[in-house]
Design a protein around this ligand. Sequence first.
Ligand code: GZL
Ligand code: ZN
Length: 347
Amino acid sequence: MAVMMTSLFLLSCGSNPSAKTGNLQETKAEEDLITVGFSQIGAESDWRLACTESVESAFTTENGFNLIFDDGQQKQENQLKAIREFIDMDVDYIILDPITEEGWDSALQEAKEAGIPVIIVDRQISVKDDSLYTAWVGADFRTEGDRAVGWLSTVLASQKGFINFVHIQGTTGATAQIGRTEALKDGIVNHNRWVLLAREDADFVQAKGREVMEDFLKRYGSRINVCYCENDNEAYGALQAISAAGYRAGQDIDQGEILVVSFDATRQGLRYTMDGSISMNMECNPLFGPKLTEVVKALNRGEAVNRITYMEEQQFVHDDALQSFRYDGNAYPLTTVTEDVLAGRKY
Ligand code: GZL
Ligand code: ZN
């Protein structure tokens, strides 16, 4: 990151001697660009890569931006360091995707004192002074969880006995984890036959999802009826553990199948939802780029912007009872559905 920052620093501060004698028009064009520092969490999941790609393809020089990207490698201290480097570089705007909600007050206070507006994307932050950020664009994670639990409530309604859940959580303290976890906690309270066997943080990554599910299967084996994964990469890991232990993922829990639900609805996640390995997938839309450019350009024109902007999200269902794959009000027969129904989905 330091190397990339330094080269961009030279470029943007014009201390590179050739820039002085270079084509003035070009330097002028550079000065017209809106310089945006983007602190991204990391590259932990397919969803995250799609999020990064969306921002990078929207914040282009052709579109009037000079984007400085920093990969926080899943560590808050790296993100805090990037924010302070953006301040030193005197960027025009800072966009932050915060790994967890706490711990941003002092760095964002420094940005405020430097007169640099901050936009939060994806997950949320919890700060004492709400003026430390201007806008947030993201998903309503609690609603995502409630919609997942709502689907489970209908598909499990016919079950007579107790239904045993294992819960693979995302990064503790991330807004996505908080919303999706609280929804299941309430679901278990509201369904007297739902039982939680175990809950564990797998950091939204596949390897930990597999490790956690291997442990759950060792401890509970065929008692497990439902596996609630807080993102697709954890679900991929859980599916590996399920088949390696000789179990099957599916909706026929009376026959010992393990019903897996997930979040993100990435392309691979939807492939598993079509074949029934995942039974329900709640979309978490990562395509923030265009909305974020609108917010920055509006601010740059001195216009007010919405403080909160939610992304549109759909629920994808593998319906064994009706033998169909459903989303967006459409039902595709399981026997003939192909990936073509996902046309246009970029992630
Ligand atoms: C949700 C996002 C989560 C995704 C995971 O908006 O923060 O982080 O659900 C990603 O895939 O790692
Ligand atoms: Zn099926």
